[in-house]
Each structure stands twice: as C-alpha cells, then as structure tokens.
Design a binder for this molecule. Structure first.
Ligand code: NAD
Length: 284
C-alpha cells in the first residue's frame, strides 16, 4: 500500500517536527491534538523553522507555502480515519497513550499501521492495547526532528516484518536513517547515552574533575560535539533522571542507578537550561 497521508497525534515538540518532516517530503500530514492552542503553536513553530530555511536560501517562499499547505490541523480524532499510517506523539503517559491508541485503533482502516514515538514505554505493552499488534511499531524520532537524521524502529513482540519494512521505508522517504531495534527499555540510543551521562555525573560528584574538565575530556578525547554535562543541561536533568529510573526499574541492575547528585539537583529545581541552572549557569 502506498503511504501518502500521515496522521500525527500530539502537536507538541515532537509532533510538530514530525508533521514538518512528513510534509517537507511531499506527504500529506493530518496533525491532531486535543488542544487548539497547541495546534496554533505547532503551526507557528513550523512556519518559523521554514522561515529560517528561506532566509538561509535553502527553501523558496513557494516551497514554504506548499509545505504549510500539506499540513492540516484538527482537534477531531475522527479525521485520522483518512491516514495511511498514524504516528502517536502525545504526552509521555501510559494511561493517556492507551486511551488514544484504543480510540485510533477503532477509527483507522484495518490495514493502517499505528506507530508510537514513545521514549520509554514498552512497545509490546502498548501494542497489546490495540487489536492490531502485528501492525503496531515504535518509531522513535530525535529532537529536533527536522534536523536529526536517526529514527529507531522498535519491534514489539508481535510486530510483523512487513510493518517494520513499511516504517523503515517511510523513515527513508523523510530523509532519515532507520535502525531496527528489539523492544527493550531505552531502546539503543538512550540505553547507551544516558548511562554515559550518568557516569559523567558520578565523576563530578566524586570530585575527579570540574564540569568544564569532564566535558572537555569527552569533547577533545572522544570527538563528541558536546560534553555529557552540557548535553544533560540541554536535555533536562529531570528527563535524564526519568530515563535512568526506567532503566534501573526495568533491568534491576545497579549499574543503572541514578547518580545521587543528579537526584539532588532535580530536587533543588536545577533542571538545566530550562531553569537557567544545571551543571552550568545560563542567562535568562
Ligand atoms: P509535548 O508535551 O511537547 O507534546 C505532547 C502533546 O500531546 C501536547 O500538545 C498535548 O496537548 C498532546 N496531547 C495530550 N493528550 C492528547 C490526546 N488525548 N490526543 C491528542 N493529543 C494529546 O511532548 P513531546 O516532547 O512532543 O513528546 C511527545 C512524545 O515523544 C512522548 O512520547 C515523548 O516521550 C516522545 N519523545 C520526546 C522527545 C523529546 O526530546 N521531547 C524525543 C523523542 C521522543
């Protein structure tokens, strides 16, 4: 089946980026959210991102209008019935996602694939909430979606190979590189990245070096574009802690225990860039 129309549920940080990427690739995007203001903000964000491309000379005004023209926003879940594939990118809360997925399962055509962009909830468990676990898959995009080249394609226990192939093809259509991953907490990238950041926090807590020195070590010694502590400030210390808690509780392995300093800083409201203070201090 040719995939022409993508339904996207949730118009937040990820949903608006996914809608932009789909539309920029020539597909129709139906962007659905329960919140009118979220939809308005999403269109503003997409328009701002396209304006930057116009200013840089990488996009014409006509192309910008065409991209915006292929994105339809709606608060009506029923409008997702016309989608050839649906990507759920709503709030990271299992109960909310299960309600959304059961509703879209009842609305979407029987052959339609449903994908979820969840960062931490089991794909197998979300799939089991639908009547189509073979046509259910994880499609984990990275932030900001229009810029980041990777999509993790996560197979739940009952996801079919045809479903994996179809979403990998879609990722390539969007100009992304897909990697296939079995369902497991943190998938691949966060499973590697977050413990690395956590270890950097342990080295700081143990006084092995200053934050600047730890970051310089990983930038200059490993060619990382940004040090782990500066990256943690960017992602948010609360988000880093949530991922470590998920890894720790899923694997019951002490190697994933969150650094006590991380928890202490989250308790103090030092969440990184978003609060102006984390491992570094930021001007508001
Ligand atoms: P967000 O909070 O920015 O946006 C979530 C949106 O979902 C909101 O606009 C909200 O109104 C909407 N929503 C809530 N309930 C809804 C419903 N019943 N129907 C339709 N829309 C509903 O969240 P986000 O950062 O865009 O994250 C979305 C998903 O993507 C999460 O599962 C998250 O784990 C995942 N993710 C996030 C990132 C990131 O860096 N932010 C990266 C990869 C994956």
């Amino acid at each position: 089946m040719s995939i022409q129309t993508i339904g996207i549920i949730g118009a937040g940080t990820m949903g608006n980026g996914i809608a932009q990427a789909c539309s920029a690739a020539g597909l129709q995007a139906v962007l659905q959210d329960v919140s009118e203001p979220a939809l308005a903000r999403a269109l503003k964000t997409i328009s701002g991102s396209l304006d930057r491309a116009v200013r840089k000379g990488t996009l014409t005004e006509e192309a910008k209008a065409a991209v915006l023209g292929r994105i339809r926003t709606t608060t009506a879940a029923q409008d997702l019935a016309e989608a050839d594939l649906v990507i759920e990118a709503a709030t990271e809360n299992e109960a909310i996602k299960i309600r959304i997925l059961q509703a879209v399962d009842a609305i979407a055509r029987p052959g339609t694939i449903i994908a979820t962009n969840t960062s931490s909830i089991s794909i197998t468990r979300l799939a089991a909430a639908t009547q189509r676990p073979d046509r259910f898959v994880g499609m984990h995009f990275f932030n900001p979606v229009p810029v980041m080249a990777l999509v993790e394609i996560i197979r739940g226990l009952r996801t079919s190979e045809a479903t994996v192939e179809a979403v990998a093809d879609l990722a390539r259509t969007l100009g992304k590189t897909p990697i296939g991953v079995k369902n497991s907490a943190g998938f691949v990238v966060n499973r590697i990245l977050c413990p690395m950041i956590n270890e950097a926090i342990f080295t700081l807590q143990e006084g092995l070096a200053s934050a600047e020195e730890i970051d310089a070590g990983m930038r200059l010694g490993c060619n990382h574009p940004i040090g782990p502590l500066a990256l943690c400030d960017l992602v948010g210390l609360d988000v880093q802690l949530a991922v470590m808690d998920v890894l720790y509780s899923n694997f019951n392995d002490s190697k994933y225990r969150p650094a006590p300093l991380l928890r202490e800083m989250v308790d103090a409201g030092m969440l990184g860039r978003k609060t102006g203070r984390g491992f570094y201090t930021y001007e508001k």
